[in-house]
Design a protein around this ligand. Structure first.
Ligand code: NAP
Ligand code: SF4
Length: 681
């Protein structure tokens, strides 16, 4: 039964762990692993060789650990709706065996599984895109062709056929993707639907496509089949649905035969973050709560819910009957088991970085997870003990060293680990950046795992060559990290200059005018820390109306939050600063800095630093930036002197992370390298 609004919480996530009776079937608890592509669905990721076997193992591990329902990544009902030419489609009976592998793995694990049916509409990244009207999306190079009335009816039948095939493959249900700006959403929104026939114009006409799909799917699959409809509850575009239209749409979707309504927030083209780390946790659960008041079927909430505590809170607030989390199950396959066992502190928290998952998928690579590089590589890195137990010494417990120590201990090795300071290395600095506070949880996770696995951890112990010269170990891993690089600029020793480590640690000492040398990931972090006004409410900052008074849930006018400092962010390269930032989050960071009034200058050369400030040449013109402080974010040097010394005397030494290579190094690579080395022992 849906949770009563007045339910009271008990210990061990009483609401999250309670079953949900859908009448014809029961979900064992209130957790859903939400739809997410992994790259294992498409032919380039080994699908041809392995079918869905790798994907099945990925799901099996999560199903075994207690999640109630898994929703697959979106599968198109026809060719035009594929996200890219190689994206999955389910339209033929010959495709069923691969799906049966998936379903079987999930059922053996004790969970249920729904297939998401997604037609990309004008977001299809190929020339065969179709949409309600021939209007190109600002995030796609392809102009879609408008669907004819006959094609629309054929498409509705295609949704029903895919659902029926899913049922034959053993799926417990389907999720119909009606949000995030994909085809069905494009029909609902007047900005993308300019039709003058019975599929456009009035609100009733615009929602007709979604309702007919739900009816057709229900008719094709019968009453004992889960149909989840993912409803765009907040379009986050100025011509999006009004609050009343969303409510009416939800009511009609229920009447059309849906079993549950899931929450969709924001079109992909809306320049408002909805799942990145800057988004507050459970930032949109109030929207689900608003809709839940108007329907009798269960409502699922989603977006930035990354802990069982937060999930329980959403249920307690009466915002939803179930909670959907996608990335948290990449970060920790055992998420639900740890929650249900009352050990949530052992969960490897998703830090919402998108680096290992969405950034990979959007660049056509297999997804994984920055904090859990085994994700989607379950068959390559099985959770098995090594053939023989070895003694491994790890020097340096930044993220590379932590990952290596953890994975080696997990494989049954005897691990002794040292750090000159405490654990976490550069991640400690990242955790100080606004919006990245949860990075501290990753350090805590690895720390607690090392202690559970009886790793001998020596903190505040700087290991010397003498310590290791005569030691007996099967492997010595040098993961001593990096030190900030200091460029040779005249006046670099001036008292106003400091490196980024000092700037983060002593930020309260910084003046009102600051220049940052280097506009890489760390330069952006520092600019964000200094310039973005912390007193401005997050919703206001992004123009979201928490009262949902206007169309799409937007404020009529986004208030100017103002900058807290004058900040210059500088680079020598020509081109746009931040061009190399990650695909799914770089735009958020560039936009935040622009709005905070950060002066981003490219193509500068640094002349000198003195009492007047930083002297640069910009477009051939000498300029003096009269700043109080100059912060150096010009990359790093490897710290690896121990390695060469040990190698010279024949010790079995390995070098990983920043100590091995600083170019193109980031936390994702460091953690993955740590795991890969541990699996080689
Ligand atoms: P980075 O991204 O390589 O940027 C270094 C910056 O320093 C560049 O903008 C470079 O620009 C400048 N620079 C290099 N040599 C210089 C010199 N001799 N004099 C003056 N400027 C110089 O390195 P990072 O910012 O230190 O970041 C380290 C790693 O962590 C990177 O891989 C980064 O992607 C990752 N990271 C990622 C995030 C994230 O949010 N995803 C955040 C922080 C760090 P010019 O050469 O054009 O001047
Ligand atoms: Fe979460 Fe980052 Fe892992 Fe993606 S890569 S699941 S966002 S921690």
């Amino acid at each position: 039964m849906p949770i009563n609004k007045k339910s009271t919480p008990g210990p061990n996530f009483a609401l999250l762990s309670s079953p949900l009776d859908l009448g014809f079937t029961t979900l064992k608890n209130r957790s859903i692993m939400g739809a997410m592509h992994t790259g294992l669905e498409n032919p380039l990721s080994g699908y041809k060789l392995f079918g869905y076997k790798k994907l099945a193992e990925f799901y099996r591990e999560r199903a075994r650990a207690g999640v109630a329902l898994i929703i697959t990544g979106g599968v198109s009902p026809d060719f035009s709706g594929r996200l890219s030419l190689l994206s999955p489609q389910l339209s033929h009976a010959w495709q069923l065996p691969a799906h049966r592998d998936l379903v079987q793995a999930v059922h053996e694990g004790g969970a249920k599984i729904c297939l998401q049916i997604l037609h990309a509409g004008r977001y299809a990244y190929h020339p065969f895109a179709r949409a309600p009207s021939a209007i190109r999306s600002p995030i796609s190079p392809y102009r879609p062709r408008a669907l004819s009335d006959r094609q629309i009816r054929k498409l509705i039948a295609a949704f029903a056929r895919t659902a029926s095939l899913a049922q034959q493959a053993g799926y417990d249900g389907v999720e119909i993707m009606g949000s995030e700006g994909y085809l069905i959403n494009q029909f609902v929104c007047p900005g993308s639907n300019k039709r003058e026939d019975s599929w456009g114009g009035s609100f009733e006409n615009r929602i007709r496509f979604s309702l007919e799909i739900v009816r057709a799917v229900r008719q094709a699959t019968g009453s004992d089949f889960i149909i989840i409809y993912r409803l765009s509850m907040l379009d986050l575009r100025s011509d999006g649905s009004s609050r009343d239209e969303v409510r009416r749409h939800a009511v009609e979707i229920e009447k059309a035969g849906a079993s549950m309504i899931n929450t969709g927030i924001g079109w992909h083209e809306a320049r408002i973050p909805t799942i990145a780390s800057v988004v507050p946790e459970a930032a949109f659960s109030w929207v689900s709560g608003m809709i839940r008041q108007h329907v009798a079927i269960p409502v699922i909430t989603s977006n930035r819910i990354n802990s069982p505590q937060r999930a329980e809170q959403c249920l307690q607030n009466g915002d939803a009957d179930m909670v959907s989390m996608a990335r948290p199950f990449l970060a920790d396959s055992e998420f639900m088991r740890k929650a249900l066992d009352g050990r949530p502190e052992l969960i490897n928290t998703c830090i919402a970085c998108n680096q290992g998952c969405l950034d990979h998928v959007f660049s056509g690579r297999r997804a994984s997870c920055l904090v859990n590089p085994r994700a989607c590589y379950e068959t390559e890195y099985p959770p098995e003990k090594a053939a023989s137990k070895k003694t491994i010494i790890v020097v340096g417990l930044g993220m590379a060293g932590l990952s290596c120590a953890f994975h080696a201990a997990m494989r049954g090795h005897h691990v002794i680990a040292y750090d000159a300071d405490n654990l976490g290395g550069q991640f400690n600095l990242a955790a100080e950046i606004p919006g990245k506070e949860s990075y501290a949880r990753s350090i805590r996770y690895f720390d607690s795992q090392l202690s559970l696995l009886n790793v001998e951890v020596h903190r505040n112990h700087r290991v010397s060559f003498e310590d290791l010269r005569d030691c007996f170990a099967d492997a010595i891993v040098i993961a001593t990290g990096v030190v900030p690089a200091i460029p040779a600029i005249p006046g670099i020793d001036h008292f106003s200059v400091m490196d980024y480590v000092t700037a983060i640690r002593r930020r309260e000492m910084l003046g009102d005018r600051v220049a940052i040398i280097g506009a890489g990931g760390i330069g952006f972090d520092i600019a964000e820390m200094l310039a973005v006004n912390k007193h401005c409410d997050w919703y206001q900052q992004w123009g979201i109306d928490r009262h949902f008074r206007g169309r799409g849930g937007l404020l009529e006018k986004r208030p100017d939050c103002g900058a807290s400092r004058t900040v210059y962010l500088l680079q020598r390269k020509k081109g746009k600063p931040g061009k190399r930032l990650a695909r799914t989050t770089g735009w958020i960071r560039r936009l935040s800095l622009r709005r905070a009034g950060v002066n981003m200058l490219s193509g500068v050369s640094y002349e000198k630093i003195d009492d007047f400030g930083l002297h640069i040449t910009h477009h051939g013109i000498p300029v003096t930036l009269a700043v109080d402080h100059v912060i150096i974010c010009a990359g790093q040097h490897s710290e690896n002197s121990l390695y060469g010394q040990l190698e010279n005397i024949g010790q079995p030494v390995h070098l990983i992370g920043g100590a091995r290579r600083v170019r193109e190094l980031d936390a994702e690579t460091a953690i993955r390298e740590g795991m890969e080395l541990a699996y080689s022992f």
